[in-house]
Write a protein that binds this ligand. Structure first.
Ligand SMILES: C[S@@+](CC[C@H](N)C(=O)[O-])C[C@H]1O[C@@H](n2cnc3c(N)ncnc32)[C@H](O)[C@@H]1O
Length: 311
């Protein structure tokens, strides 16, 4: 191991309590080769999204490991054959790597889902690969419905053919023999489910909606206890909402948001328009969006908020 690699290993161990993965190591080695100082690299690791999450006291330290009766080799092959994946997953200790969201991020999001869901019903809107639905199942929920419009195809950003069904939900459901029900459904048609749910998960979806307010009104009518929501937020205390004009097809392809609101704006919408009794911002992290958005003023860094709206 070179002296520089050794330093990067040290920074990882100190800030993240783990060894660097291949991608991380090569990212920082390239930065160093391009003239970045070790000080800047250490700072980046120390202030990374993962490091911020690990410092939180509410953070769930034990990540979810799902169970399957399938042999290890079969699980590994399914993971490889169906890449790319949206969610980090672990089944029988075998993990999916190179996912859109990380293990630490997903456990951060999961912190406001009650630990015991016995006799509770859950609706997971925009479920993607289904991590949060399967987490609720592992927490003993009575019934879980996962729904998605299947509008977000990760393969569109890569040089591989688009998938028939962009989500890997059904594949995972089969591997772990899950009882979660799946529906391909638009959030604006959610009332077609004709059911009420104790908890509704709305993670990473509000900023993709051109009419978030009417969607949340519909959800409010069907939520018995609480709605848990997460998403990009504006870094201001003002109750502001920012509407984007989609400039080109590539904006949509990149999953560019149609709207971004401040935490106070989301709270006001929840309480004043959608009739939730309480609405709170549970936590906020800074993350690297990977692109520059107009509201981040030239930076790729932005905020993500985690919310709880209760009836
Ligand atoms: C950014 S991903 C978030 C996935 C997951 N909830 C999470 O937080 O990890 C947004 C998901 O919402 C879905 N989606 C987008 N618009 C939707 C709509 N109108 N109705 C239902 N699902 C939608 C997309 O297909 C995608 O799977």
């Amino acid at each position: 191991m070179s002296k520089i690699e050794d330093k990067i290993y040290n920074y990882y161990e100190k800030s993240l309590g783990r060894k660097p993965d291949k991608k991380g190591l090569s990212h920082f080695l390239t930065k160093y080769e391009n003239g970045e100082s070790l000080e800047v690299i250490r700072n980046e690791i120390e202030h990374s999204e993962e490091a911020q999450i690990l410092k939180m006291k509410e953070f769930e330290k034990k990540p979810l490991d799902l169970f399957s009766t399938k042999p290890k080799e079969d699980i590994q092959k399914i993971f490889q054959d169906n890449a790319p994946w949206y969610h980090w997953m672990s089944i029988n200790g075998i993990e999916i790597s190179d996912t859109r969201t990380s293990k630490a991020y997903q456990m951060w999001i999961s912190q406001n889902i009650p630990k015991d869901l016995t006799n509770k019903t859950i609706l997971d809107i925009g479920c993607a690969d289904g991590f949060y639905s399967f987490l609720c199942e592992s927490r003993n929920a009575k019934k879980i419905v996962a729904m998605d419009l299947e509008s977000f195809d990760l393969s569109k950003n890569k040089t591989i053919p688009p998938k028939q069904n962009p989500n890997n939900f059904k594949i995972l459901k089969n591997i772990i023999n899950s009882k979660v029900e799946y529906k391909k459904l638009d959030i604006y048609d959610v009332q077609k489910l004709n059911q009420k749910f104790d908890y509704v998960l709305m993670y990473g979806i509000y900023y993709h909606l051109y009419d978030f307010v009417s969607a949340l009104q519909k959800i409010s009518d069907m939520a018995i206890d609480s709605v848990f929501l997460s998403g990009h937020i504006l870094d201001t205390h003002d109750p502001t909402m920012y509407y984007y004009k989609m400039q080109s097809k590539s904006d949509i392809k990149k999953g560019f948001s149609s709207v971004v609101a401040s935490a106070n704006c989301l709270i006001t919408i929840a309480k004043e328009i959608c009739k939730f009794k309480t609405a709170e911002c549970v936590d906020i992290i800074t993350t690297d969006y990977g692109s520059i958005y107009p509201h981040t003023h030239g930076s790729t860094k932005g905020k993500i908020g985690l919310f709880k709206f209760s009836k």
